[in-house]
Write a protein that binds this ligand. Sequence first.
Ligand code: ASP
Length: 438
Amino acid sequence: MQVKVVKFGGSSLADAAHFRQVAEIIKADPSRRYVVPSAPGKRFKDDVKVTDMLYKCYEMTKAHEDITDYFRLICNRYYEIIRELGLEFDISDELEYVRNSILHASGRDYAASRGEYLNGMILAKYLGFPFIDAENVIYFKENGSFDEEKTNEVLGAELKKFDHAVIPGFYGVMPNGTIKTFSRGGSDITGSIVARAANAALYENWTDVSGFMMADPRIVKDPCSIETITYRELRELSYMGATVLHEDAIFPVRNAGIPINIRNTNKPEDNGTMIVAATEHFDTKHVITGIAGRRGFSSITVEKDMMNAEVGFTRKLLDILEEYELAAEHLPTGIDTMSIIVNTDDFLKVREKMLAAMERRLKPDRVVMEDGLAMIAVVGRAMIQAKGTAGRIFSAISKAGVNIRMIDQGSSELNIITGVEEGDYEKAVDAIYHEFVN
Ligand code: ASP
């Protein structure tokens, strides 16, 4: 039988009503065999995620504060779910064990991981599926990186024993037996790892939106959603701030050629976004796949006569950046000028010293700095075949009365990046979107 791995995010498992919805989705397709849950997320806007509550318990313990009352709030979230589902399941010993372990310095990651562990137990009971503790199947190496080989072997063999199972997301085990988590949002990564180990045909990632939108809905009103996107396009868009999926979640499935389908638990009838390795299919109507952007960039422009003839100039400049551990985000160049776009927060930490080093070692005619830039990436695999895309982007921006401060087109023609002043950011994104979608 075909295997699908399904991961449900925290908002999809925040309360009993969502648990019911999740069970319905799983039962609707028998190939949805392995389930990866997050910890209960927010039920309403100002609610607190269970993971954040667990981190807080850890901090309180460290500060020698009493966690009794606060931990009870966590217990209540689980008790409420169990009660409202009408489950015969006494989770109080487990909760007591977790509380004691937090009190006895079992570590920050251990505390955080219990959100998924407990939620996974409840979900397994509710679905009638076996529970596989991630602690026994997901491994990290001594240096803290994920141990892909060992995990694949052990997890792959374990999954073969069960037709269905629930495997909690977010954590695994270090060689010394302690619990370690991935970074925040890491259940997405677990889902991908399980899909890889199960040799799944599809990894469905269920969340609270119907996939990726072509642009940020806080900027563009009701943007179209993206039907199909390649891993590379997604990487470009997420680098620029589009967040739905944890960035590292692509790697395990990407290597195995397993597509990811982002779906909406609250609207299971929507097809969501399909993330694939490559596709011939593209949206001819729109040409572009998506637009994303970020504020908070600075540019450093170095001017020097005859720069183009000075062998090794770029290397010297990049050496200085490396010494000050500053990443060059983009490097648009002219004949006698070279600009470096950097993250403003990182730049501020080293600014004065680094500029002094540039004066000393590059002997430039001028160094000009500018803060307050926003970068906008227009991404699309179809751009390579469509003439005039760059022209359309630039004229849309200028028609909106926005001044373009920088242009950078990757040689892959997968994206075109423009820099504008932060104050113009939203206007420019909206203008580009409506140039391509009407
Ligand atoms: N519960 C964890 C977090 O809030 C992991 C996850 O939801 O993916 O970051």
